[in-house]
Design a protein around this ligand. Structure first.
Ligand code: NAD
Length: 468
């Protein structure tokens, strides 16, 4: 099947490459000529595990190509995906559709007869209907279809999420278009028994926002319980383990941390849709408010650990990206934290294994390091912000030697805080107090850790490639 993908960002590049991996002929289009030139030379503009190998293989096989030429890319394409960005509007936070609608207008004049235009971008409910109307002003009814197929990808695990999805959601209202989309997804995922939900366009759009809002609520819930654990001397990681092994709850996203990452954006979109329809979603409203307050709380945690005044002190931040295994800085909680610490007079040194280039675009007056021990040199405290593997494996003794003051603030509960205390660190973690560490015998801790790892490791079912 010939496919065009408009927008070659995190979602467009991963989706297009994986469609090619399934045997389709795919052209990924972007208006950023530099990005397209880099891809054609084999340079991947984003950091995403496994993606480079997949791009290289499919490009070499002639199934995958990159272009700035929309007209050529969509000529004869059975399906055209729109995967352009929908960043939040500055000021009010709802999705900016100024990339989606122009892309739809451009496509209206260029698509072949019987093309299915699919919105993969995360858009407000009703956007696919508007895109249908836009294309309908140029094309005769019945000669095209518009569908919604939201992306449920986690950066850092996007290739796996695409190839081994939990479900596929298709919002499609024409029989022939539905058949084509089912054909695209059916064979590769049928083998894995992946459910395909076929529904109206609006419901598909709503599913995406509702899922994000629910996940934001789940993270916010465990974050609030982390605060309670700190006050009463419990351990939030063990609480989460005890809760998450209940299959009705599930173990994922029960790690307390700085905030709910990108999910609040979905929660906000859902809230706005509900308000437009005169419906109150009080839980979602509260989730957003709690999440916002949490950002300020994290800065207070750091200042408190340093005695309340950080003016003139040097703080080493370990990890900048919004999660590990990505270079994406959008929605990264490190940004508001660093900016607040700077306002309070703190001097910031920061380490990240791949995110420095993007971080430097959004942060100022920060000294960046690609060596985490160098980053910690002469700092008054070290703050763990992103649980990269390199940070999880840090040598605590070597870290302590570099610091001016042995203060460790682990906002991801990524390190062995008990071991840190034993070698003389003053430790502040999430959802546990200083007394928590010694409350359990070693054997119990060891068993719990093993169970936590088991619960958090999903099965990967290999997908074999085939020509289509
Ligand atoms: P991105 O900003 O990384 O990429 C978007 C790309 O679209 C850019 O390269 C831009 O140059 C290009 N573009 C914009 N208008 C264009 C046009 N008219 N023609 C050709 N190219 C054009 O965005 P992203 O992170 O890939 O997100 C895309 C959408 O998917 C958003 O709606 C986002 O909310 C959603 N989403 C993202 C993720 C994620 O993890 N990043 C996950 C699920 C859903």
């Amino acid at each position: 099947m010939k496919i065009a993908v408009i927008g070659t960002g995190y979602v467009g590049l991963v989706s297009g490459t994986c469609f090619a991996e399934w045997g389709n002929r795919v052209v990924c289009v972007d208006r950023n000529a530099e990005k397209i030139a880099a891809l054609r030379q084999g340079r991947i503009p984003i950091y995403e595990p496994d993606l480079d190998e997949l791009v290289e293989r499919n490009y070499a096989a002639g199934r995958l190509d990159f272009s700035c030429d929309v007209a050529k890319a969509v000529e004869g394409a059975a399906i055209v995906f729109i995967a352009v960005g929908t960043p939040p509007h500055l000021g009010h936070g709802d999705a900016d559709l100024s990339f989606v609608y122009p892309a739809a207008r451009e496509l209206a004049a260029l698509i072949s007869s019987d093309t299915v235009v699919v919105i993969k971008s995360t858009v407000p409910v009703g956007t696919s209907d508007v895109v249908h109307r836009i294309i309908g002003t140029v094309r005769a009814a019945g000669t095209f279809a518009v569908a919604s197929n939201p992306a449920f990808l986690r950066e850092g695990a996007a290739v796996r999420d695409f190839l081994v999805p939990d479900r596929i959601v298709l919002g499609v209202e024409e029989e022939w278009a539905c058949q084509r989309l089912v054909e695209l997804y059916d064979t590769p995922i049928e083998r894995q028994d992946t459910p395909v939900i076929i529904t109206m366009r609006r419901t598909a759009e709503l599913i995406k926002h509702a899922a994000n809002a629910f996940l934001a609520t789940k993270i916010t819930f465990i974050n609030e319980l982390a605060d309670l654990c700190e006050e009463m001397g419990s351990d939030v990681a063990e609480l989460a383990l005890g809760m998450g092994l209940d299959k009705r709850i599930g173990a994922s996203l029960l790690a307390a941390g700085p905030d709910g990452s990108c999910f609040p954006k979905g929660a906000l979109a859902l809230l706005q849709t509900a308000q437009d329809h005169g419906v109150a979603l009080r839980i979602v409203e509260e989730t957003l408010a709690v999440n916002e307050a949490r950002k300020r709380r994290m800065a207070r945690k750091v200042t408190k650990a340093l005695g309340g005044d950080i003016d003139g002190l040097t703080i080493a931040i370990l990890g900048l990206t919004f999660r590990p295994d990505t270079d994406d800085m959008r929605d990264a909680p490190s940004v508001p934290l660093i900016e607040t610490l700077q306002r309070l007079g703190g001097r910031i040194r920061a380490y990240d294994p791949v995110g420095i280039e993007n971080a430097a675009k959004v942060l100022s007056s920060v000294d960046f390091y690609d060596d985490l021990y160098e980053c910690a040199r002469n700092a008054d405290a070290v703050v763990v912000m992103t649980e990269w593997e390199t940070i999880r494996k840090i040598d605590l003794a070597q870290l302590k030697q570099k610091l001016r003051q042995p203060v460790l603030i682990d906002l991801r509960n990524a390190l062995d805080t008990e071991a840190a205390r034993l070698i003389g660190f003053r430790v502040c973690a999430i959802g546990k107090s200083a007394s928590t560490d010694s409350s359990l015998r070693d054997i119990a801790k060891q068993r719990n850790r093993q169970r936590a790892v088991k619960a958090a490791t999903p099965k990967l079912v290999p997908v074999t490639m085939r020509e289509k």
